[in-house]
Design a protein. Structure first.
Length: 617
């Protein structure tokens, strides 16, 4: 198989190299696809009696493009299953009229001919490989192979008679499913339905159905989220959606839409519109899978929707997969499994799985899930296995306490790390948590004219200290800023938004300052806990793991007050904490004093030594 993959890759690259410079990437992909399809047609008993002959296009005729256009039209008329597919894929290519473009296309016919494919099945495999490669080259994403393998293992397709893929792309998931079933009676009985908004990809999807011998299917070229009076109200045994990573929800779509039974998504994200579409199209025994991101699981604006779906007990499992599964993006991947007919032992419980560490590098732009990780996910899901740090059933009552967030790390890591403490307390019980003030550019310009207070942002937090910048100063806009957004000694300042989590403690020699909305103040109640003990805990390995478990976002990490308030802290006797905290503070101050003294001495000695050379720094 590896040999074949290398052969296919070399063949694809040869064709791409030939066409580059004359055609754009999408046109190149479409040309190779149609040329390969003609080769497949000539080896297929049903179609090889047609006039669409591969050899015609390897002869040195002028007007090759005109002839190809004419031959494809006649072929599609003769075989209605191909209607508008090949012509639609090539429509932009047929605009070219120059001889140079024709010669390059002829060259591709020669290259494909030189591959000497043994059978239509070998060409089929090549075309499937070509589509996977070409889609990515054209800037689209395809569901990764590892996720397809998980889907095949999670769903018992022996019991499936109909399944759907909304946002189906090239229907690569369906092709993989049918390919794994082979030519069995089961595969012949299954009906597949897909919806895809992009017209070119929709046409390629239909082409792959024919080439892969999938006879019972329907694919619609439409926007999944758009509802109309003639909406296809079908129910399926299995429904899948690999949600596009950036899709905004058009609220005009909500008029009389029966799918949005659990709430209206915000404009900024359509993830839970797709999720509700999945649920709507499941039959009474159906299962659905949604591929999303960490934001899907935790966004506060979607709490109501998650609450409604959880209260109906429709979520069976949530799986955190490794980062960077999709080419050219580091965004993490989350899988939600919906089930309309949970087994009795899973009622009012959700299985959380964290498989984020089970990956290896596939190429310089992409990781993939390891076979060990895939097998472990499937075993835990099928057999209901719980394993510390990897999988755990959580009752709906607990999820309610966590405000209906669905981040597996939060449930798995918290309990594992919390078990290291004899006794623990939530951060919200021992401290005030205050998010900084949002200041618009206009207000900042006005308030900066009276610079009384430093205005702290993420850049001002470095190595556990606050760096006060005279160029970032302002006055307060409202009286309540003082006492609310200004720092005090022993306050802990932590980033609430940024690429890294930064933490500092306000020392006795602080300067008057407000914090921006990208920072949060943790103001410890000294009668319940010690600020320096908390500061050290947050920077410890355990503390940082706990923070990571409640963060959202991918490149930009987000940490909201409600999640931070649930952070569990080890409990000690208050007098003991005060003593240890005092010693930590004294030791920290002494360390910083010595560092400053060493810097000063170094600069003095350096200046003296450079003076001997006649230099001055």
């Amino acid at each position: 198989m590896n040999y074949l993959n290398r052969k296919y890759e070399m063949l694809i690259n040869s064709c791409f190299d030939e066409l580059k410079g004359t055609f754009n990437m999408e046109e190149i992909f479409h040309i190779i696809l149609v040329v390969s399809t003609i080769s497949w047609i000539n080896k297929n008993k049903r179609y090889n009696m047609s006039d669409l002959k591969f050899e015609k296009f390897t002869e040195k005729y002028n007007n090759t493009l005109y002839m190809l256009q004419d031959e494809l039209k006649r072929f599609e008329y003769e075989f209605p299953e191909f209607e508008d597919i090949l012509m639609g894929i090539m429509n932009k290519v047929f605009i070219y009229k120059d001889r140079a473009a024709e010669k390059k296309i002829q060259k591709v016919f020669y290259i494909i001919k030189g591959a000497n494919f043994d059978s239509k099945d070998e060409i089929r495999k090549f075309i499937n490989k070509l589509v996977s490669f070409g889609i990515v080259q054209c800037g689209f994403s395809e569901t990764p192979e590892g996720i397809k393998k998980i889907i095949k293992g999670l769903i018992d397709f022996d019991k499936v008679r109909g399944f759907a893929d909304y946002c189906s792309g090239t229907s690569s998931v369906a092709v993989e499913i049918f390919d794994s079933l082979g030519s069995s009676e089961i595969s012949q009985d299954i009906f597949y339905y897909g919806e895809e908004i992009n017209t070119s990809i929709y046409l390629i999807s239909k082409l792959l159905m024919i080439i892969n011998g999938i006879s019972k299917y329907e694919i619609a070229n439409k926007d999944v989220l758009q509802y109309s009076g003639n909406y296809r109200d079908a129910k399926f045994d299995f429904v899948f959606s690999d949600v596009p990573q950036v899709v905004y929800f058009d609220r005009e779509f909500i008029i009389n839409d029966p799918r949005l039974n659990y709430g209206i998504p915000t404009k900024s994200s359509a993830d839970w519109a797709f999720a509700q579409n999945i649920i709507y199209h499941l039959n009474s025994n159906g299962k659905g899978i949604l591929i999303g991101t960490i934001g899907t699981l935790v966004r506060g604006s979607e709490t109501k929707i998650r609450k409604g779906i959880l209260n109906k007990d429709l979520i069976e499992c949530v799986i955190t997969l490794p980062d960077n599964l999709y080419e050219n993006t580091n965004i993490g991947t989350e899988m939600i499994i919906f089930n309309k007919n949970k087994s009795k032992d899973r009622i009012e419980r959700v299985l959380f799985i964290n498989a984020s560490n089970y990956s290896y590098r596939l190429n310089r732009n992409q990781h993939t899930i390891s076979i060990e990780g895939i097998n472990k996910i499937l075993e835990c899901y099928r057999d209901g296995i719980e394993e510390d740090g990897f999988s755990k059933f959580v009752h709906l009552e607990k999820i309610t306490e966590f405000n209906y967030t669905l981040n597996p790390k939060e449930y798995l890591d918290f309990d594992t790390l919390k078990s290291l403490f004899k006794e623990s307390v939530p951060l919200k019980d021992i401290a005030q948590i205050i998010k900084g003030v949002q200041v618009s550019k206009e207000d900042l310009e006005k308030l900066s004219k009276q610079p009384e207070y430093y205005f702290l942002n993420v850049k001002n937090i470095e190595n556990g200290k606050i760096n006060y910048d005279k160029n970032s100063m302002l006055t307060y806009k409202k009286g309540d800023w003082i006492g609310k957004y200004n720092i005090r000694p022993n306050d802990i300042v932590i980033t609430s938004k940024g690429s890294l989590v930064k933490i500092a403690i306000v020392e006795d020699d602080f300067r008057p300052a407000f914090i921006s909305a990208n920072l949060t103040i943790i103001r410890v109640n000294s009668q319940k806990y010690d600020a320096y003990i908390l500061y050290e805990f947050l920077q410890s390995n355990i503390g940082r793991q706990m923070i990571e478990g409640i963060q959202t976002g991918t490149t930009i990490k987000l940490l909201n007050n409600a999640q931070l308030g649930r952070l569990e802290l080890p409990v000690y006797e208050i007098e003991f904490m005060k003593q240890v905290g005092y010693d930590i503070k004294r030791s920290k101050m002494e360390y910083e004093r010595r560092i400053e003294e060493a810097k000063r001495r170094f600069e003095e000695e350096r200046e003296e030594l450079l003076g001997k050379l006649g230099w001055h720094s």
